[in-house]
Design a protein around this ligand. Structure first.
Ligand SMILES: [Zn+2]
Length: 209
């Protein structure tokens, strides 16, 4: 009985190393021979192996937990990316919509007039006025086109207008027409522009586009 207890003590001391595979073959044989005949040590071994599997179970739980975190991080990244894309698309749509609105908010005044003048082909000069009015009803620019001057007069006016940067800009000769911007009415209200056109060019009808 004493001998058995002593073997049990030794075997049970060795079991942790045995389970970890740290014992040599001779020791293993000794342990296995004892285990085969000793139910107590068999139970101790089973219990120790059970401990290990509990550890393994914990490890597995930890791995699953980490996997869970990784999954949540991935999901968070996906959601944030999606939000960034949605916000970016929203900004692009908003900006493009806004610039579209700005264009459609402009109105245009258009009028044609004829005036008798010398140095023209048929005694008349034919003019077209186009003013850009912004959403607040203020004139941003006015383009005028004259047709009907003879070549000499066309060139004379062209040089004259090009030399006067205060009154006009963007002077162009287009075939037998002269085009330029009149800056005089910039910042005028729409109705003021209309009144000036009516008195200065003897215009009766002004189109609003
Ligand atoms: Zn034993």
């Amino acid at each position: 009985m004493k001998q058995v207890n002593r073997d049990c003590k030794i075997v049970q001391d060795l079991l942790p190393n045995y389970i970890e595979g740290l014992t040599d073959e001779v020791t293993n044989q000794y342990i296995e021979e004892h285990i085969a005949t000793c139910s107590e040590c068999t139970n101790v071994l089973k219990a120790m192996q059970g401990d290990i599997s509990v550890e393994e179970f914990d490890q597995e739980k930890e791995i699953n937990y980490l996997k869970g975190i990784r999954k949540r991080v991935k999901r968070t990244i996906a959601i944030v990316s999606l939000l960034v894309v949605i916000i970016a698309v929203g900004i692009v749509l908003y900006v493009s919509q806004k610039s579209k609105l700005q264009i459609t908010n402009y109105t245009f005044l258009r009028a044609e007039f004829v005036s008798q003048e010398e140095r023209t082909i048929d005694g008349n000069v034919y003019g077209t006025l186009i003013a850009v009015i912004d959403e607040k009803g203020v004139c941003k620019s006015t383009r005028i086109v004259y047709k009907g001057y003879n070549d000499e007069e066309l060139n004379r006016i062209y040089e004259l207008m090009k030399s006067d940067e205060y009154y006009c800009s963007n002077v162009q000769l287009v075939d037998d027409e002269i085009h330029y911007n009149i800056n005089t009415w910039n910042t005028y209200k729409k109705n003021e522009v209309k009144n000036h056109w009516k008195t200065e060019f003897n215009i009766e009808q002004i189109e609003e586009i």
